[in-house]
Design a protein around this ligand. Structure first.
Ligand code: 5GP
Ligand code: ZN
Length: 116
């Protein structure tokens, strides 16, 4: 479902331009507009889901596939062995600002844990 005021629904539909790095029938992956690492890719489902907080059991395969897509991009781009971080910010304290569920794929520098 396309949610009319959702930025990532508009990226999925092409209404807002993005640097798309991969796409399939379930998801679109594109460069973050404000990269926090040398590689910062967002993987979003074509289906609008607000957040992990709103995901239900029927979304399980889709959400799993977002993770697998991140791993696939990492291998294809050649940084899988060096490592990377997958992040899913959720609601206010989680730092979520766009309420269309998305996976951040960050790479190209070391990351500390716990994150800030
Ligand atoms: P969140 O804070 O919700 O986990 O992540 C939202 C991300 O979306 C942020 O890293 C932000 O830079 C990115 N972002 C926001 N608007 C746009 C946009 O219009 N295009 C792209 N490519 N990224 C965006
Ligand atoms: Zn959306």
């Amino acid at each position: 479902m396309h949610v009319s005021d959702c930025i990532f629904c508009k990226v999925v539909s092409g209404e807002i331009p993005a640097s798309v790095v991969a796409s399939d029938d379930e998801c679109v992956a594109f460069d973050d507009i404000s990269p926090q690492a040398p590689v910062h890719i967002l993987i979003v489902p074509r289906e609008h889901i607000d957040s992990m907080d709103k995901a239900t059991g029927s979304h399980g395969p889709l959400i799993g596939n977002l993770m697998l897509k991140a791993a696939e991009i990492a291998r294809q781009r050649g940084f899988a062995d060096d490592g990377y971080r997958i992040v899913v910010n959720t609601n206010g304290d989680g730092g979520q600002t766009v309420f269309h569920i998305h996976v951040h794929l960050l790479a190209g520098r070391p990351f500390v844990f716990p994150p800030g």
